[in-house]
Ligand binder design. Structure first.
Ligand SMILES: *[C@@H]1O[C@H](CO)[C@@H](O)[C@H](O)[C@H]1NC(C)=O
Ligand SMILES: *[C@@H]1O[C@H](CO)[C@@H](O)[C@H](O)[C@H]1NC(C)=O
Length: 344
């Protein structure tokens, strides 16, 4: 850190405690702000308002509010390292937000704004889930929440984030990854789920045609469907209690670039395939086909009923004609007989 050029060192005193320091590292584009305290140092924010990239080190801020960010008028790149930043409101003007080791408990994303955020990196936080409304961050291509407390993931929460290129959820406590219906990430290239507690991975409804790197080492997986990841090239599976027969078929099916040490668990029973049941991926289409088929059939029945009705009414007319002609003959006959009985 000898090369650190101290542009500005401002020490303000509050109850005798020295507070923040601003310095610019000539080797990077951003400025470091050390030991910033909200709200003690709130008036100082304006002094950073010309900066586009800010790195707060060991800041103590209960909540990074919209007002906090709005005072940093030109800031689009915001990073916090260390200290304590409990709650962060996402701001629509940020293109990058990084929280490292900040004991963050909550990231709040308010719906109905045009967010431009491309990168969200959070590590060593206290988040127990992926933040609500994360699918509002439509521009996001990188979502990394690592070494935090996440236990379950519902992939539908990320629905519509079609620009995602990387998801890194390594080092959490993830036991399950759920999804309702087909989930599609058209550009996802890298999915890192290593160092979690995954026991099952129901991948059959995941559509990830570009997935190239899939890291799963240090979990509790015995097997999962993998055959439909057609672009997959890098795979790590070490330190999982893999089913031996499944592993054997995987290794003979395709070779992957990362040959981490594959071991298997002899006690794992069962016959597990590499592929999804063939009808699963298509079941949505099938339902649609079945509906169309039923509609078609109903239309046919309808047409048949109309024809039947037409025929019935034709027959009814015919019957009427017959009755009428019988009646006419009877009347005529009666008239005739009357003529006989009562000749004029
Ligand atoms: C931040 O705080 C930690 C722990 O108190 C300390 O070890 C570290 O040196 C501090 N960093 C800076 C750059 O002041
Ligand atoms: C993502 O996961 C890897 C582990 O493979 C970790 O080393 C890396 O720092 C993570 N995130 C980023 C910010 O690239």
């Amino acid at each position: 850190m000898n090369t650190v050029l101290i542009l500005l060192v401002l020490a303000e005193t509050f109850n005798g405690i020295t507070s923040w320091v601003l310095e610019t590292d000539p080797e990077s584009d951003y400025s470091n702000v050390k030991n910033f305290q909200w709200t003690t140092d709130s008036s100082a924010l304006q002094k950073f308002s010309h900066l586009e990239q800010l790195h707060f080190i060991n800041a103590t801020i209960d909540t990074v509010t919209q007002n906090f960010k709005n005072q940093l008028k030109n800031c689009v790149w915001l990073k916090f390292t260390g200290g304590k930043v409990k709650t962060v409101y996402m701001n629509s003007k940020l293109s990058m937000l990084n929280l490292q080791d900040t004991s963050t408990e909550k990231v709040i994303i308010e719906p109905g704004q045009e967010y431009i955020l491309g990168t969200l990196v959070i590590s060593r936080s206290r988040l127990t889930r992926i933040p609500h409304n994360i699918n509002q961050l439509k521009q996001m291509n990188r979502l990394d929440i690592m070494d935090s407390w996440i236990e379950t993931v519902l992939l539908n929460d990320l629905d519509g984030l079609d620009n995602l290129y990387e998801i890194n959820l390594s080092g959490n406590r993830i036991r399950r990854i759920d999804s309702n219906g087909l989930i599609s990430f058209p550009k996802l290239f890298r999915l890192k789920l290593q160092n979690n507690q995954l026991q099952q991975l129901d991948t059959c409804r995941w559509s990830m045609p570009e997935l190239f790197e899939f890291l799963l080492n240090n979990n509790r997986l015995t097997h999962f469907a993998i055959g439909h990841f057609s672009s997959l090239n890098h795979l790590t599976l070490a330190s999982n209690p893999l089913n031996c027969a499944w592993l054997k078929s995987l290794v003979s099916y395709r070779s992957f670039f990362y040959h981490d040490i594959y071991t298997c668990d002899e006690s794992s029973q069962g016959d597990f395939g590499l592929h999804c049941p063939s009808n699963l991926g298509e079941s949505n289409d099938k339902n649609a086909n079945r509906d169309a088929d039923l509609t078609g059939r109903f239309q046919k029945i309808d047409t048949a009923l109309q024809k039947l009705e037409a025929k019935l009414s034709e027959q009814r007319n015919m019957v009427n004609d017959i009755i009428e002609s019988i009646y006419r003959t009877d009347v005529e006959r009666a008239f005739e007989s009357r003529r006989i009985i009562f000749p004029s």
